[in-house]
Ligand binder design. Structure first.
Ligand SMILES: Nc1ncnc2c1ncn2[C@@H]1O[C@H](COP(=O)(O)OP(=O)(O)OP(=O)(O)O)[C@@H](O)[C@H]1O
Length: 315
């Protein structure tokens, strides 16, 4: 297959037009997985842009949250999410993990307490600017009609430029998608429709992460973003993110412990509270909720004997 030729001088004008055509609204600037959602929380008049002078340190200060008309989901969360590090949030389904990410993006307002990024209360800064600092990936990846290249490069629109061919290739390699793309007849120039035709769920999920990587935002939020991937691919992606030259504050929610066991800190959320906090080995040694999850993971990780077991047995 001939190497794809996309970003040339000739196509710079096209890139400019695409940026113009795809220029995101406030929310679209946040979500690299959803292109058509809007937000209706008003900004303060003259709210300033967020200043990331410490690399994107996120603090939950005594945060409580309840969806309107419902019991509290989060209760008194105090948490420091270190800049440039990976923090994982684990816990039983429905205990508030995704809600924490929604609050960081200010998709909803805290009911009590505050969330600060590099010391600034996120309610006091311009939402559009806050969101332009965040890449968010969940399990649904929205494709739009266009080439694979543009579908990945779209993540960079908030930077005011379209990601270069090299950036897109690097991101595709980081998520183990490069070879799969190049096996297609038109490679990165292969056209997708709105549903991501002929791509598997796992491929679309990797595209979603690639789109987030080219965004090069200081904060990366992953909500079960690798759930459809095999462990080896998932490990490769997590290693890339951890070792990337672009230092990012990464917050990851995952149900599989293998996804998050190398995180710098692991938060165990239980009924909307931080029940445990530490590294994998600290939490395993502690013998609490996380250690229990870890034991269950190992039990479910059944190892079949490698020798064939087809010898006939007399009954
Ligand atoms: N928009 C909403 N309105 C009302 N309740 C909601 C809303 N979104 C989530 N909830 C409820 O809030 C609680 C926390 O949900 P959340 O999605 O944060 O949990 P989670 O720990 O991420 O779960 P999972 O692991 O299943 O994704 C759940 O009881 C959920 O049903």
């Amino acid at each position: 297959m001939s190497a794809y030729k996309l970003v040339t001088n000739q196509t710079k004008e096209l890139s400019r037009l695409v940026i113009h055509r795809l220029r995101p609204t406030n929310y679209e600037a946040v979500s690299v997985s959803s292109l058509h959602r809007t937000l209706d929380i008003p900004d303060d008049a003259g709210a300033p842009p967020v200043k990331l002078e410490h690399g994107g340190h996120i603090e939950f200060r005594n945060v409580a949250f309840a969806y309107e008309g419902h019991d509290p989901v989060l209760r008194g969360i105090d948490l420091h999410i270190q800049a440039g590090r990976t923090t994982a949030i684990v816990g039983v389904s429905g205990h508030g993990k995704s809600t924490m990410l929604n609050l960081i993006m200010r998709m909803a307002e805290v009911s009590d307490g505050a969330i600060l990024i590099d010391g600034q209360d996120i309610r006091r800064v311009a939402q559009g600017d806050l969101r332009s600092q965040i890449a968010y990936v969940n399990q649904s990846f929205v494709t739009f009609p266009g080439t694979i290249y543009y579908n990945i490069a779209y993540g960079s629109v908030s930077r005011g430029e379209l990601a270069s061919k090299d950036e897109v290739v690097e991101a595709a390699k980081a998520v183990n998608l490069y070879d799969t793309i190049m096996e297609r007849k038109d490679g990165f120039n292969a056209k997708l429709n709105r549903g991501g035709n002929s791509m598997s769920g796992g491929e679309l999920q990797r595209m979603g992460i690639a789109r987030a990587l080219v965004r090069k935002s200081p904060i990366l939020l992953l909500d079960e973003a690798t759930a459809a991937l095999d462990t080896a691919t998932e490990t490769k992606i997590m290693d890339y993110i951890r070792n990337s030259k672009d230092s990012r504050t990464t917050v990851i929610i995952a149900h599989r412990i293998s996804t998050i066991m190398d995180a710098d800190q692991i938060v165990v959320l239980d009924h909307g509270k931080v029940a445990e906090l530490g590294t994998h080995s600290e939490l395993v040694a502690k013998g609490g909720i996380y250690a229990n999850m870890w034991v269950k993971t190992q039990i479910s990780d059944v190892h079949f004997p490698s020798d064939e077991m087809d010898e006939a047995i007399a009954f």
